[in-house]
Design a protein around this ligand. Structure first.
Ligand SMILES: Cc1ncc(COP(=O)(O)O)c(C=O)c1O
Length: 391
């Protein structure tokens, strides 16, 4: 019987040094390996059959993390990178060439979109479409070479029908990247629905402690692992052994963290919905959310992640006042870690959007995005209440 996700998150690295009695994964802080293997005189190979001579290509600590992530995402293999963007860049480069068309969501992580647009200097055309409406499905018919979608959009936390998008991509033979950062394998496994690859910013929930920057690609075939391994080798974008060690330590508690963060986020969303200083709350777990039914159909569990957005009564001045006034909750644009973080989307996620695009997506000057951490939920509500009382 396949082991469950929380077991694999702890034991899935498969590391065991029986001779020394060590089962915690050490940090293999080495740039080089004996090559050829001095015992056999043959080229040294990693367990995936690729060259093991240099840590820009392969590293035992990184490899242990990759085994865990491949199991969590129900893939064949995984490649860990120095950041989520490094993973996305390798995926783009491996599939695109002059004349290709890439389709990315209008509302998604800004740098993912910006990189796709910057590829125009190499003759790649970037098309933007809303992933939470039929527009994305319709644009797939435009001779698309590669598509990327995020499970939950940023910053409005809309749930895209990734199952339908994956199905249509499979019918049209379009490789689809699903960025599973917001949902994690606790809620969704993109490869099971036919995505070409799943990608993660490990910086967020997987590492989970706001002290590591990392990324990963999980693949369904050894062929894809080899191709992307070669891109990572050429780009020099492998994760460092120390960051892999911290991520192995972080991912072990993923399920417990994600569950608590999701439950606290729902409680805070409900609290804010009833708050007199709040105009509107956006969270797919709210019964008032138009995205709850999609989330309940797509997600494996009745959890909706730790990120919510809300509009304060007033404008930019009031939003910034709240951002400045929380004490526990820190103002910074990341998510998924143990600390609760508040961010002002029009300065971050929506920075490159036109006014029309922002209006279409309902991103306004009174919008704030909250990533709920692991603090006591009562303390968080009190912190928000105190900050909101200043406006
Ligand atoms: C959904 C999503 N994908 C990818 C990235 C990029 O990851 P990284 O910051 O680790 O490069 C981010 C970063 O915020 C993100 O939110």
């Amino acid at each position: 019987m396949a082991r469950k996700i929380s077991t694999e998150a702890i034991h899935g690295h498969e590391y065991r040094d029986r001779e020394r009695g060590v089962f915690k994964v050490p940090i293999y802080q080495t740039a080089i390996y004996e090559y050829p293997d001095s015992a056999t005189g043959e080229p040294r190979l990693s367990d995936r059959g690729l060259d093991l001579k240099y840590s820009r290509e392969e590293n035992y600590t990184v490899r242990a993390l990759e085994k865990i992530l491949a199991k969590l995402e129900k893939g064949v293999d995984c490649l860990a990178f120095g950041s989520g963007m490094a993973a996305i860049a390798a995926a783009y480069l491996s599939k695109l060439s002059a004349g290709s068309k890439i389709l990315v969501p209008l509302e998604c992580y800004g740098t993912t979109q910006e990189l796709a647009q910057n590829l125009s200097k190499f003759g790649v055309k970037c098309i933007l479409a809303r992933s939470d409406t039929n527009e994305f499905l319709e644009r797939l018919e435009d001779g698309i070479s590669l598509a990327l979608v995020e499970t939950i959009t940023n910053p409005m936390v809309r749930v895209a029908d990734v199952k339908e998008i994956a199905k249509r991509c499979a019918e049209l033979g379009i490789p689809l990247i699903i960025d599973n950062t917001f949902t994690t394998p606790i809620l969704y496994n993109p490869l099971e629905d036919g995505a070409w690859i799943a990608v993660h910013s490990l910086t967020k929930y997987i590492a989970g402690h706001n002290d590591v920057v990392g990324g990963a690609i999980i693949v369904k075939s050894e062929e894809d692992a080899k191709t992307l391994w070669n891109w990572r080798r050429k780009l020099g974008s492998i994760m460092s052994p120390f960051d892999a060690f911290l991520t192995i330590r972080g991912v072990a508690t993923l399920e417990a963290r994600f569950e608590k963060q999701s439950r606290s986020a729902l409680e805070i969303a409900e609290f804010l919905e009833d708050h007199p200083k709040i105009e509107r709350v956006y969270y797919p777990g709210l019964s008032s959310s138009p995205y709850k039914s999609i989330a309940d159909r797509i997600f494996k569990r009745r959890l909706y992640g730790g990120v919510l957005s809300f509009k304060v009564r007033g404008g930019q001045r009031e939003a910034i006042e709240v951002l400045k006034s929380t004490e526990l909750i820190k103002p910074t644009p990341s998510l998924g870690g143990v600390e609760s973080l508040l961010t002002y989307p029009i300065w971050t996620a929506a920075k490159n959007m036109s006014r029309e695009q922002m209006e279409m997506l309902e991103i306004s000057e009174n919008l704030l995005r909250l990533s709920v951490g692991l603090e006591d939920v009562e303390d968080l509500k009190e912190d928000l209440d105190r900050a909101l009382s200043k406006i």
